[in-house]
Design a protein around this ligand. Structure first.
Ligand code: ZN
Length: 133
């Protein structure tokens, strides 16, 4: 069973905490134990897990990704959004999280973030649940 979640980013680059939305899929499906795969089918967006307590952590990640991958430079891709493609590959396209007793087994400070690198636009996030047998 795959569930599609629509995410609407409001700026060019934006990390959006989707932990509650993903937990909502688990609640809806009634899975108690298993695995949760969260995946983005896009080439200029990503998925990561990091701290959702202090927003400065996400700000630092965004700021340092900008230093690693400048907005302009010697890019060949004619569409002009190579920085977004590169950041997408650096961050990755999926995370896998254990489910126990119906809850995501995230650490105390962890959240799941959808990472927009070429917004604003509507995006899809796919949540796939695998039930433990
Ligand atoms: Zn492109």
């Amino acid at each position: 069973m795959a569930e599609y979640i629509t995410i609407r980013s409001s700026t060019k680059e934006q990390f959006i905490d989707i932990t509650g939305l993903v937990q909502g899929v688990i609640d809806k499906m009634g899975i108690k134990d298993g695995l949760c795969v969260v995946y983005v089918p896009h080439t200029t967006a990503g998925i990561t897990i990091n701290e959702n307590a202090d927003p400065d952590v996400i700000g630092d990640i965004e700021g340092h990704l900008d230093k690693l991958v400048p907005g302009s430079g010697d890019y060949r891709h004619i569409e002009g959004n190579s920085p977004a493609h590169i950041k997408s590959s650096l961050v990755g396209h999926s995370v896998t999280i254990p489910i126990e007793s119906g809850k995501l087994l995230l650490g105390r400070w962890q959240g799941i973030f959808f990472c927009e690198f070429d917004g604003p636009r509507a995006r899809q996030v796919i949540v796939k649940l695998i039930k433990e047998v």
